[in-house]
Ligand binder design. Structure first.
Ligand code: NI
Length: 136
């Protein structure tokens, strides 16, 4: 069931509001309501993540597949975190490099632990963790 929209007034310094309007314009928003709602949800997601609550997200890693011990280590880590991994997509970027996008859902602390473990593997050139809401 869709929740009813509620209007409320916000008072801001003029300079701050002008900066906000320029910012959301550049981000592609056509009105302030959606931009403010997104900012609020972003803060909620980061708060849930910081408290170890349930989040969803993606860990993205790039590594050199010629180093076989890297591949094995990455697989071991992923198998040890099977409970929070939904899927993994492997892309052969070029002759040397592989890109992996690992979709995750679970407690923020476990998601962070997985991302940190993958990032710390010698031979992983870059790793990012993107966290979003688990939908609640
Ligand atoms: Ni590959």
């Amino acid at each position: 069931m869709k929740d009813k929209l509620v209007r409320f007034g916000v008072s801001l310094e003029g300079a701050l509001l002008r900066k906000f309007d320029a910012f959301i314009g550049a981000e592609g928003y056509s009105n302030r309501s959606k931009a403010i709602a997104d900012l609020i949800r972003k803060e909620f997601v980061s708060d849930v993540f910081a408290r170890g609550g349930a989040v969803a997200g993606a860990v993205t890693i790039v590594y050199d597949h010629h180093r076989r011990e890297v591949v094995n280590r990455l697989l071991d880590i992923q198998h040890n975190h099977g409970g929070i991994i939904i899927s993994a997509q492997h892309v052969h970027l070029d002759h040397d490099n592989c890109l992996e996008i690992i979709a995750v859902k679970g407690p923020g602390a476990k998601v962070k632990e997985l991302a940190d473990s993958l990032k710390a593997v010698k031979g992983v050139k870059h790793a990012t963790l993107s966290v979003t809401t688990a939908g609640k």
